[in-house]
Design a protein around this ligand. Structure first.
Ligand SMILES: [Zn+2]
Ligand SMILES: [Zn+2]
Length: 179
């Protein structure tokens, strides 16, 4: 196992959140917010309000910066997030999940929790020397974030769609044809 379960889950959730901003934006209503929340078995406060949706949408650029910044810059950002949120790491056990780290209370707003959970996850990524697991999609037209948890570090594209598009382009290039 590369990272602990809570770190992996936080990274996957953060990447999905950031990539929802890729056009066409797929985090524009409460149903999509719910789907993202449920998909990663998130717990804690979830208001299902327009304000919460706006806050989560607004935090996406900061979450992206935590995931994609150059290593030293990323450390500055994550330290600032943890200090701003007055994060206090605690081991907690709830909803059938064994001991794992929470750094802010479950009643903290969802947008802040995502930011802090991403910062805590990146803290793990940096100190385990695994920063290269995060990258921007290799597709020229896409700025999605790629989380590569594979053993052979083979993942280059953020989605199957980007992977397929480039496989087709490479095939055409080999055949010497145009588009
Ligand atoms: Zn938890
Ligand atoms: Zn992509």
């Amino acid at each position: 196992m590369l990272f602990t379960h809570d770190t992996t889950a936080a990274l996957q959730s953060a990447v999905a959140l950031v990539n929802s901003a890729e056009p066409p934006d797929t985090l524009t209503d409460l149903a999509q917010l719910d789907a993202w929340f449920e998909r990663f078995s998130s717990t804690g406060r979830h208001e299902r309000s327009a304000r919460e949706l706006a806050e989560v949408r607004a935090v996406r650029p900061r979450v992206r910066a935590l995931l994609t910044s150059e290593r030293d810059r990323g450390v500055e950002l994550l330290n600032a997030v943890l200090a701003d949120a007055r994060a206090v790491p605690q081991l907690v056990r709830h909803d059938g999940f064994d001991w794992h780290v929470h750094a802010v209370a479950p009643e903290t707003g969802l947008a802040t929790r995502v930011l802090v959970e991403t910062a805590m996850a990146m803290l793990d990524v940096v100190r385990t020397g695994e920063s290269s697991r995060l990258a921007v999609c290799a597709d020229d037209t896409c700025s999605g974030v790629v989380l590569d948890l594979s053993r052979n570090r083979s993942r280059r594209y953020c989605s199957t769609a980007c992977g397929n598009r480039n496989a087709v382009a490479a095939y055409r290039a080999r055949r010497g044809g145009g588009a």
